[in-house]
Design a protein around this ligand. Sequence first.
Ligand code: SAM
Length: 309
Amino acid sequence: MIPQHIPVLQQEIQDYAPQHTKTVLDCTLGAGGHSEALLTRFNQAMLVAIDRDPAALNTAKKRLHPHRLRTQFHHSSFSTLSPILGSMQCEFDYIIADIGISSLQLNQSERGFSFMQDGPLDMRMNPEMDCPTADYWINEATQEELANIFQKFGEERFARKIAHGIVEKRKIKKFSSTQQLAEYVKSLIPRRFQRQGFHPATLVFQALRIAVNDELQELESLLETAIKYLNTKGRLAVISFHSLEDRLVKHQFRQWEDPCTCPKDLPYCVCNSSPLGKQITKRPICPSSQEILKNPRSRSAKLRIFEYH
Ligand SMILES: C[S@@+](CC[C@H](N)C(=O)[O-])C[C@H]1O[C@@H](n2cnc3c(N)ncnc32)[C@H](O)[C@@H]1O
């Protein structure tokens, strides 16, 4: 049985695919939902798919078994993708990235992503990677470092207070589990700032996950690589789940569309940079209310699409 992850903006990802798509690159294979739908719709297309999580790759390989002759899988993160694509000498009609975390990862308590189930403080999307885990950040990082990540990656209003609380608390006993951390963070946030339907530790968990997986740097690498491997009229579709990511995508797409760096009061362009293509979506596409009702995790998704020329 394929573990459940409901693909977000599935119809829209299909609708915005170039009409005669023959080559697809899925940079966030996950459970393979988007890939499967694209392989079914474009039944002659070749797919290259990556994920940094080996468990996701295994799941998706099973799901995509009927299409195995048209698919290639690579265990890779965005930042290690460029040499893989370079060695393939292939350009793509459609590159998709549905960044963030999958329900497969969130629902496995032992991965340590969730405050709803108890698990270790881990949060690595690639558990084989030797990098600081959430445990390191919570139990070893300085108060200043903690406050910075809560502020920068979580935009958490009580970043300093939470960082101070954690550092004081761990002097007595180290944190060892996600629920222990979540409950403690909750106790630090004044009641009147706690919203119904939104766990008070949500932003702290988001910040830790971004720090552990270096997610913003990864996204920058992805954008830098993807644009080099698009065919003429090829499209890059990016679904993001929080404003930090969406801002990065928005600015990059704008810069590709209008790369001129000349002062605005110059009568003509002297920097000689030319647009790489155009944004297909001036505003991000968001899930419909029906989709949010069926899949509440989709509620913060934003899809932006760029067409290379
Ligand atoms: C939201 S899920 C994708 C779900 C997928 N579209 C589907 O339909 O099943 C995001 C996936 O992207 C992967 N991922 C996130 N950041 C990544 C990165 N920097 N490099 C490679 N994979 C990444 C995660 O491991 C996760 O499996």
